[in-house]
Design a protein around this ligand. Structure first.
Ligand code: DGJ
Length: 708
């Protein structure tokens, strides 16, 4: 028997165990009042097994006791030599903290058990509340931190991370898994042996970024996985430091570069959520837990599945107008699309990327009657209507910038570096935030818009605020807080509104953004073989239900190679299916193929978007295979991809995972006779999937519902 999921406490020994379905986490208070990490790993059977919290003995004068203590929230100060989470400067210029335990309270946040622990500085009126929220079903532990200045003098925070995680000593080989990339090539999995030293992942230019995702996982020699991801959409840092003895400490939070937070008397600073978990069943187990946690606790509408969309960007670029979009909408409706999205190009003077950003009113030349007739046309065809916006930006050639040249980040004597011909609005300013709320609220009030694609197409530069130079260390945080506040306000005023997060593809799809948006545009690269790698990477974190994926034309920009239409559909069907190609140029045969796959997708949508996704192969040997399983085993789908078959060798059978051993599965693949196997056979021997004899072959196999 293991401890029941929830919070367990031994008051006498001052220890707490946070028990989840298949993992546990434990901490305690040392006699000196330090909050010590005690355990993270497989479930616990008895609190009595936990050691008494205590200071470890000093190893030498160079390794004092405090430097060896794994503290839950090690603040900069005293003889702490390892990773730290908090740095503060008091009014008398004292730069160190001495945080001691004050009280602990178990609570419930919604259906999640939680524990809050209050620490107080030994000499100054500053308190730190550590919050632990348990998703007991999915072994995900969310941490947040609230830092309060209870005194009468200001305090300056120079670092305020979300937590520290201490992993048990691990023998080699152990690996660090991270995601790295760039625009058009996001989220490629990196694996490196862990050696003593520090690995730092970071974003420094205002958004989550294409280069690195705020997630890291550590895999032990026996394949157990620990992971941490930060729910924050601006500058961030994740550091993993491994000591020579084999312990690793991870710290994560808002980047302390360019960060200096004035904590006024009475004020509280809240560090964003970080979500961590342990999976004894390895990478797939870690993936399943995060997907399930995101589906249940992060996305704003857990019960909803995402509609099949079509998007105008690759079809018509900036040349959108009422007739072209109505024609595109007719074609989209004809093949079963459910959400028609008009991308960039619809607003004042927007004929290319060098004008218009900031002026969120329909261009009178392209839309002389406004957006109303187009939206009505789309709704009349049974589709939802979506619109692209990029609210944080301005083109110098815009009415907004001409009226408010001081509303962008800048320094008085430096040129303002334009990127993609645009500048970043100083969203740290309340008046800019209020202006954007008003502009978008008007747009949504005047037009029956169901969906916004919220884009963000350049990093920050010249992050200055000449009117308020003393607030410069707040900018990067305030910007993100105000983006969140704008979205939250719009969603509250327009409850039907759904939102897609986009930043030149997958530049901002962290869990902070996904808490208030419904799906993410994963990459501008829709070349299907590249896309498979990108989707394999981001699928370590994000479930299919939020991964926007389009079928686009071929060959085209970034896709010089020809790809079969079925292959393109199968890749896009791994996530939220969308059509990005120019449907006006598709042949009748192509439209029929599209109609077919959209209908199949709509049937399989519950298992793809709400089922459990397992990558049986992730591109190794040119093969990818992705299994989707309904948790009650009522539905099953398997997509298989082959990037090339140079030697005419058949693929081995694919061994499916986590099926019900005794259940009989009725397997259907188009063009093949139906087959019936037990779950045991499919898991033990595997399923042969015949593939067409073509370059870039793919197949979809699924459980035939009418015979199941
Ligand atoms: C970048 C996005 O990733 C694209 O999908 C498209 O919306 C363009 N911006 C429009 O400018």
């Amino acid at each position: 028997m293991t401890l029941e999921p929830g919070i367990h406490h031994d008051a006498e020994r001052r220890v707490w165990a946070l028990a989840m379905a298949q993992s546990a986490y434990a901490l305690g208070v040392t006699p000196e009042g330090f909050v010590q990490h005690l355990y993270w790993g497989p479930p616990l059977a008895d609190l009595a097994d936990l050691p008494d919290p205590s200071m470890p003995p000093a190893r030498s004068g160079q390794e004092p006791a405090l430097s060896l203590l794994p503290e839950e929230y090690p603040a900069w100060g005293g003889l702490r030599l390892g990773e730290t989470t908090l740095r503060a400067v008091f009014a008398d210029s004292t730069r160190e903290l001495d945080l001691r335990f004050a009280e602990a309270t178990p609570r419930r946040v919604g259906d999640q058990p939680s524990l809050t622990i209050v620490l107080r500085d030994a000499a100054y009126p500053l308190s730190v509340t550590l919050e632990y929220r348990l998703d007991t079903a999915h072994d995900c532990l969310t941490r947040a931190v609230h830092i309060t200045n209870a005194g009468t003098e200001p305090v300056r925070l120079e670092r305020a991370f979300s937590g520290a995680w201490h992993l048990p000593r691990m023998l080699a080989p152990r690996h660090l898994l991270t995601l790295a990339g760039q625009w058009g090539g996001e989220m490629r999995l990196q694996q490196q042996p862990i050696v003593p030293g520090t690995t730092m992942l970071e974003a420094r230019h205002g958004l989550t970024g294409h280069q690195s995702y705020p997630w890291m996982a550590i895999e032990s020699a026996v394949g157990e996985v620990y992971f941490v991801t930060l729910a924050w959409s601006g500058n961030w840092a994740l550091r993993a430091t491994t000591e020579i003895m084999g312990t690793t400490t991870i710290v994560a939070g808002i980047h302390d570069l360019d960060f200096a937070w004035p904590l006024a008397p009475g004020a509280t600073f809240t560090a964003p959520d970080a979500i961590a978990g342990f999976a004894a069943d390895g990478r797939e187990g870690a993936r399943h837990r995060l997907h399930a946690h995101i589906g249940a606790h992060i996305v704003p509408q857990p019960q909803e599945l995402r509609p099949v969309l079509s998007n105008s960007w690759e079809a018509t670029l900036f040349a959108v107008d009422e007739p072209s979009q109505m024609q595109l909408a007719d074609q989209a409706a004809g093949i079963g699309v459910e959400l028609f999205v008009m991308d960039d190009g619809w607003f004042l003077r927007r004929t290319w990327d060098d004008a218009g950003l900031g002026d969120w009113i329909p261009d009178p030349v392209k839309f002389p009657r406004g957006l109303g007739p187009l939206i009505q046309h789309v709704h009349d065809r049974g589709m939802l209507f979506g619109l692209w916006v990029e609210p944080e930006m301005v083109n110098p050639d815009s009415d907004l910038y001409r009226a408010h040249p001081d509303w962008v980040y800048h320094f008085p004597r430096r040129p303002r570096s334009a990127s993609r011909n645009q500048l970043v609005l100083n969203l740290a300013r309340d008046d800019v935030r209020d202006h954007i709320v008003a502009a978008l609220d008007d747009l949504l009030t005047d037009n029956a818009i169901d969906f916004l694609k919220w884009d963000m197409n350049r990093p920050f530069s010249e992050v200055g605020w000449p009117d308020q130079p003393e607030r410069i260390g707040e900018i990067a945080v305030r910007h993100v807080e105000h983006v969140y506040a704008i979205i939250d306000t719009l969603r509250q005023r327009h409850p039907q509104l759904r939102i897609e997060t986009c930043a030149s593809g997958g530049g901002r799809m962290d869990l902070g953004m996904l808490r208030r948006t419904d799906e993410a545009w994963v990459s501008d690269n829709t070349r299907p073989d590249a896309r498979l790698a990108i989707q394999a990477g981001i699928s370590h974190i994000l479930p299919a239900r939020v991964q926007g994926a389009w079928v686009t034309d071929t060959p085209a920009l970034l896709r010089r190679q020809e790809f079969p239409l079925d292959f393109r559909f199968h890749v896009a069907m791994l996530g939220v299916l969308g059509i990005g190609g120019n449907l006006l140029a598709w042949s009748d045969d192509e439209l029929a193929t599209a109609r077919h796959w959209i209908a199949v997708y709509r049937d399989l949508r519950p298992v793809i978007q709400a089922g459990e996704q397992t990558w049986l192969a992730s591109g190794e040997d040119g093969v990818s295979a992705v299994q989707y399983r309904a948790l009650d085993n009522s539905q099953l789908a398997l997509f298989v991809f082959r990037l090339g078959d140079r030697f005419q060798e058949a693929l081995p059978p694919f061994r499916l995972r986590d099926l019900a051993p005794a259940q009989r599965y009725h397997i259907r693949q188009e063009g093949q006779p139906d087959q019936t196997f037990t779950g045991s056979w499919l898991m033990g021997h595997g399923l042969y999937v015949p593939l067409p004899d073509i370059h870039f072959a793919s197949a979809l196999v699924f459980q035939s519902l009418n015979r199941a």
